[in-house]
Design a protein around this ligand. Sequence first.
Ligand SMILES: C[S@@+](CC[C@H](N)C(=O)[O-])C[C@H]1O[C@@H](n2cnc3c(N)ncnc32)[C@H](O)[C@@H]1O
Length: 284
Amino acid sequence: MPDERTAGGGDRVVGGAAPESVDVNTPSVARMYDHYLGGKDNYEVDRLAVAELDKVVPSTRPLALNNRSFLRRVVDVLAREYGVRQFLDHGSGLPTQDNVHQVAQRVDPEARVVYVDNDPIVLAHGRALLEENTNTAVLQADMRDTDGIFGHPEVERLIDPAQPVAALFVSAMHCIPDDSERGGPAEVLGRVLERVPSGSFVVVNQLVSPHREIRDSVTSFMDESTGGQWGRVREAHEVARYFDGLDVLEPGLGWINDWRRDSDLIHKEPTDEWYEFGGVARKP
Ligand SMILES: C[S@@+](CC[C@H](N)C(=O)[O-])C[C@H]1O[C@@H](n2cnc3c(N)ncnc32)[C@H](O)[C@@H]1O
């Protein structure tokens, strides 16, 4: 079970707010996403924001389901085919069905997972889910705080720095602006890659759209709704650049539904206005 320090209540605090500071008056990305996935850990303010967002991008629910299918496929493939036994899940979201540790521990019960999210509700619900599971932890932290995350006692307990790690940024980088004081997605990824050994993996995908009006309207809607907890809907070529210098695994970068789409886990529904673009790469 995560100790008190993971709740920000002890001697080593990563991230800012305490779990009890859930703001029920401002929509949160984690809770809106939970609503799209059919979860119950959301408030009216989140459901109203989802209804507004659906007017601009009506395909968002299948997009969220597609994304969750991708996450399950990636973790299963990395654990089963590449032997990965440690996962650092940045922007992990609220617990739902088939979380990363459940997928990985079906392959090997000793697989270790650290969940990182800056939304206090994730910590509150994650701790309840993980109470019995000594191979997992959940930290409330900003995923840009690489030093704080890698220096956290729970990461030091669960992640062996000599062994390959899978660093997940699944549907999370669009929450980060390009120019925050802790850097944009490329800088965050670069810092994580410096910390993990060769042979480690990164999984990165985010919201993209070829339509300028969709990119602009969703970005400003989400930025205003969440009180600035948002980055940008990007273009696919911008996300592809995050993978420069890495060995991209087959089938390459693209729409996440095309990643190992022969798997029986796929949720195939296409989305028109926007989609999740990315892939998986190995550190040389
Ligand atoms: C769309 S959800 C994705 C959840 C999960 N990775 C998945 O794909 O199912 C994005 C998550 O990123 C989290 N997030 C946003 N900005 C963050 C930040 N700066 N640090 C940590 N987590 C963040 C949100 O709270 C939310 O839970």
